[in-house]
Design a protein around this ligand. Structure first.
Ligand SMILES: [Zn+2]
Length: 121
């Protein structure tokens, strides 16, 4: 029987709220016990694919050498996750590739528990 899908991890979290440079991720109590993987869209700068930053008259980057982009960052929250937990992720280490860099060095994540239940586990 493989009809039952056991989603240990959320592949897409729609419950990510951004405020300034920080994000808040909303989780359920079940996710707090299992841990989740959330995806956060972050602004990045990519080395210009046309001129690599060598052409001041480049029409793609307008001579800046880099263009603005966004990258989906995979944020792993290992269990157990506490309500109100604050985590920091080093974006310098999380650089997607040589040509791409995040516009900030650290991502701060705050975790908020959803739901109204006050049951303690
Ligand atoms: Zn260019």
């Amino acid at each position: 029987m493989k009809t039952r899908l056991l989603n240990k991890r959320i592949r897409r979290v729609e419950r990510v709220r951004k405020f300034g440079q920080d994000v808040e991720i909303f989780i359920t109590s079940a996710e707090a016990r299992k841990g989740i993987v959330a995806y956060v869209d972050l602004p990045t700068r990519v080395v210009c694919p046309l001129c690599s930053g060598s052409d001041r008259d480049c029409h793609v980057c307008r001579g800046v050498g880099r263009i603005a982009s966004t990258t989906m960052l995979e944020v792993t929250l290992p269990p157990p996750i506490k309500d109100g937990a604050k985590l920091e992720f080093d974006l310098l280490a999380a650089r997607p590739d040589r040509l791409t860099s995040f516009t900030m060095n650290t991502l701060r994540v705050k975790v908020s528990m959803m739901g109204t239940g006050k049951t303690r586990t």
